[in-house]
Design a protein around this ligand. Structure first.
Ligand SMILES: [Zn+2]
Length: 423
């Protein structure tokens, strides 16, 4: 077991897909980044809890699934009350806890919002900003314990193509079967983040001191089922890379035949810092092998809820004063507009197969993670049982009880009824 660590850096690359990395894709051209991270452990079965930025990061910072922390989907405004998060925990332990984001307003109304500021406070366009502020806050004062988070948005939809003359329509290219050609533009954006920005940061950090985790908050579809990420649960979106450096740990021994999840970072990181949290969620501490053996046959969950539709991430909503947000889905006491095409889906995976189900239509798909091919699903109940186990076994049900609307309770009830749990 490593000794108590004083320096933490969490790096989230928005929309970072599993194949946008030199170690998983030999044609990916990032020699400097690959050198700097060559001794990092790679989790090759790492899954996010949601296909959207807000709920996924809430899972990162709380160790809870969306149905436990309350951000069921991107447009839900607030978390359930009474959920602890990494920023507050680390700050209480005397760490300088801070985050820098190229899209800091995306974290608006979440409990840890005040910790995350712009990547460059002077820059009008964040992707044109300087890295010097970030680097300064990471390396000085040298003896200050740090819990830090960086979030890169340049890799999000558009991939830096906006304003580029003759920019192609990537969605149309994918539909026309030119996926590899379309992916070049996305890969270029990820390459830029890794090979310029991250290289300049990572080369300054002492790997014997810093615990560093680099991961995607979700992937990106680039296929005919889902082009971006938030519309449908898909293995290209749920499965992302995670690289980790932990001082004193040569390689993390990720279980070869089990999945790991975004919710694992919370217990792993707090344990490395020696912080007692009373955490009782499904996340596993990657350095505690007894936990892994106790959770053999692990299935991890990804949830999508787009009932409240699109358009939330516009300035008029994000600049609204806090008092106007009167509940998780109401503003000034009025429910947010519903999206007529909104959906609720869930998926479970063991790292080999991916099963997803649409809660409203009941339509389901089983497929192989390795090659993305659909499989014949003889018994959907098998997978529903894994989902049911997670819902029923959660130690955080009291959070939803205190803070759910009547309608949400009806939805939950309906879900349990569909699963055959109640009559
Ligand atoms: Zn995102």
């Amino acid at each position: 077991m490593a000794k108590q660590i004083q320096k933490f850096l969490l790096i989230s690359i928005d929309c970072w897909r599993y194949d946008a990395l030199g170690r998983t894709n030999p044609s990916f051209n990032t020699p400097k980044f690959d050198l700097l991270t060559q001794d990092f452990s790679l989790a090759d079965r790492f899954f996010v809890t949601a296909p959207a930025t807000r709920p996924s990061h809430v899972s990162l910072f709380t160790g809870l699934y969306p149905f436990e922390h309350g951000l069921y989907g991107q447009t839900y405004l607030k978390m359930f009350g009474g959920v602890q998060n990494l920023f507050q925990l680390f700050e209480a332990e005397g760490y300088h806890a801070f985050g820098r984001s190229e899209r800091s307003e995306v974290f608006r109304f979440l409990d840890f919002e005040s910790y995350i500021t712009a990547r460059d406070s002077q820059a009008k366009s964040q992707h044109l900003g300087s890295l010097e502020e970030i680097i300064e806050s990471l390396i000085t004062p040298a003896d200050q314990p740090k819990f830090s988070f960086l979030h890169f948005w340049y890799t999000h939809g558009g991939y830096g193509l906006s304003g580029v003359r003759n920019a192609p329509n990537l969605g149309a290219m994918v539909k026309a079967g030119q996926t590899e050609e379309a992916l070049r533009y996305y890969y270029a954006a990820v390459t830029h983040i890794q090979e310029f920005l991250l290289v300049e940061i990572l080369k300054l950090l002492d790997l014997d001191q810093w615990a560093i985790f680099i991961f995607g908050d979700h992937g990106e579809g680039f296929n005919t089922e889902v082009m971006a990420h938030g519309d449908v649960l898909h293995q290209n979106v749920a499965h992302v890379p995670l690289l980790a450096n932990i001082p004193g740990v040569e390689q993390i021994s990720f279980p070869a035949d089990q999945p790991v999840s975004m919710i694992d970072l919370f217990p792993t990181i707090t344990s490395l810092a020696g912080i007692e949290t009373g955490y009782d969620g499904y996340g596993q501490n990657w350095l505690d092998s007894s936990e892994q053996t106790s959770q053999q046959n692990r299935w991890v969950l990804t949830e999508l809820d787009s009932l409240y539709g699109v358009g939330f991430l516009k300035a008029s909503n994000l600049e609204m004063p806090h008092y106007r947000v009167t509940s998780r889905m109401t503003v000034d006491g009025e429910e947010l507009p519903r999206d007529p095409n909104g959906r609720r889906m869930w998926s479970v995976t063991d790292g080999d197969v991916f099963y997803r189900e649409d809660e409203l239509s009941g339509h389901s798909v089983l497929r192989s993670i390795a090659d993305g091919k659909d499989l014949n699903c003889l018994d959907p109940q098998l997978y529903r049982n894994h989902y049911e186990d997670l819902l029923i076994g959660s130690n955080y049900q009291h959070l939803s009880m205190q803070d759910s609307t009547e309608e949400e309770e009806q939805i939950l009830e309906g879900r349990l009824r569909d699963l055959g749990y109640i009559e």
